[in-house]
Design a protein around this ligand. Structure first.
Ligand SMILES: *Cc1c(COP(=O)(O)O)cnc(C)c1O
Length: 418
């Protein structure tokens, strides 16, 4: 069972001020996740979560995470600027980008962010761009082949555009050391939305062994290891969630097996979780505005894939609660659609739900990460508002909905919109 973090009557009140569709986030839930993560890794002295800004780029949410001792993980100029505005600086920012434009590296260096190099050639590019190699530097690793948890294939790094090969990364640390770098990190992201409690420990094993190799072959002591993102959430109502405490303990075991005996017992661990932190703490709220009976039964909503792209893009399941009908029998089969002129604009296909009436409020769950963030303006659809459901029960508008003027704002270069 997935239970919305606001009730139907609360939503009805909210809608009086902020019309649907909108995204709403749960402050309490966000803080609880951050605390549980920090507790799970409290055994590691330098542990830090760098929230992946791309998942939910809203400064008010970033500020909540900042209060919970998180940093930010950025991969673009605008994400860096947003972090700066919220007050993140220096080591509080990880810059994990790829195919990086020069301006982005310049901004990262200006903020003193930890720069994570995606490629061997970026050593040269960075040095030419900013004029030096920073003292603290990180390299992204790609082991190639398949990434397995015991025998199960969990990802295909050989098909991923990210990171350096083992040979390249060892050479990279030698060169970076010769160029004056003093504090080194390793980063890798090998599997996405993984709810298996063995994901982080398995990845940690790969990276911890690599750290020992690097120590031997490059004469460099690794200071931090960034396990990046990828811990998943159960989108299906009956799926098993990842247990962050178990994950933290699993990583500790591998740390004690591999790093401690190699004299690397001071290595700090970092994470860059996006989905795990925010997905369950956000919902897309929409209203049923039409019903249609042809070869199938359709419910047309006032939200569309421009507000939540995952079902259209990946065929992802997002659970839907018809507010106020939580206990009604799910005896109607619907396609729940948005209004894009795109047949993949469906939040649910052949979903068994209670009978939906026009005006019903639908809560689309687990939209707090990679939800609003992946929004777009296709068909002239406008981005929705974002609201924060605060711990004291009040609601704050943390991003207003777009208006047609916003959509037309960049057209001032034409004679039609001067
Ligand atoms: C997307 C991304 C993340 C966050 O991934 P989640 O699946 O949201 O945890 C972290 N680090 C990097 C470099 C990413 O690209």
């Amino acid at each position: 069972m997935k239970t919305p973090f606001v009730t139907k009557s609360q939503l009805e009140k909210i809608i009086e001020t902020y019309p649907t569709p909108f995204h709403i986030y749960d402050e309490k839930g966000i803080r609880e996740r951050a605390r549980a993560l920090n507790a799970a890794f409290a055994w590691n002295k330098g542990f830090k979560e760098y929230f992946a800004v791309k998942a939910t780029p809203n400064p008010v949410l970033l500020d909540i995470l900042k209060q919970e001792n998180c940093g930010t993980d950025c991969s673009s100029l605008t994400e860096l600027i947003m972090s700066e505005k919220v007050g993140f600086k220096g080591d509080d920012i990880m810059f994990s980008s790829n195919a990086t434009p020069a301006e982005d590296f310049k901004k990262a260096a200006e903020l003193g962010a930890i720069i994570n190099l995606d490629d061997f050639t970026h050593i040269d590019f960075l040095e030419k761009t900013i004029g030096y190699i920073p003292e603290t530097i990180c390299c992204r690793f790609n082991p190639g082949g398949d990434f397995r948890i015991s025998t199960q294939i969990m990802g295909s790094p050989s098909e991923a555009k990210y990171g350096m090969t083992e040979e390249q990364i060892i050479e990279a640390y030698k060169i970076l050391k010769a160029k004056g770098a003093k504090r080194f990190g390793i980063h890798a992201f090998l599997s996405s939305n993984n709810t298996n409690n063995e994901y982080y420990p398995t990845l940690a094993g790969v990276l911890f062994k690599l750290a020992v190799e690097i120590q031997k072959k490059a004469g460099v002591d690794i200071s931090f290891i960034n396990l990046s993102g990828g811990v998943g959430v159960p989108y299906l109502p009956d799926a098993e969630p990842a247990d962050i405490a178990v994950i933290g303990e699993g990583v500790r075991k591998v740390y004690e097996e591999i790093l401690v005996p190699a004299g690397l017992g001071n290595v700090s661990l970092f994470t860059e979780l996006g989905r795990y932190m925010l997905a369950p703490n956000g919902m897309l709220i929409t209203k049923a505005i039409h019903e249609k009976h042809i070869y199938k039964e359709y419910i047309g909503c006032d939200a569309c894939a421009a507000n939540l792209m995952r079902p259209a893009m990946y065929g992802s399941y997002h659970h839907i609660t018809v507010m106020g009908k939580e206990n009604a029998p799910c005896d109607h089969k619907y396609d729940v659609t948005g209004g894009l002129c795109e047949n993949n604009d469906k939040f649910a296909i052949d979903r068994m739900l209670p009978k939906i009436d026009i005006g019903d409020i639908l809560a689309i769950h687990d939209a707090g990460a990679h939800g609003f963030a992946m929004g777009y303006n296709y068909n002239g659809k406008l981005r929705s508002a974002e609201l924060l459901y605060k711990e004291d029960g009040s609601v704050e508008l943390i991003r207003r909905a777009e208006t047609p003027d916003d959509y037309f704002a960049t057209l001032g270069v034409t004679k039609f919109f001067k």
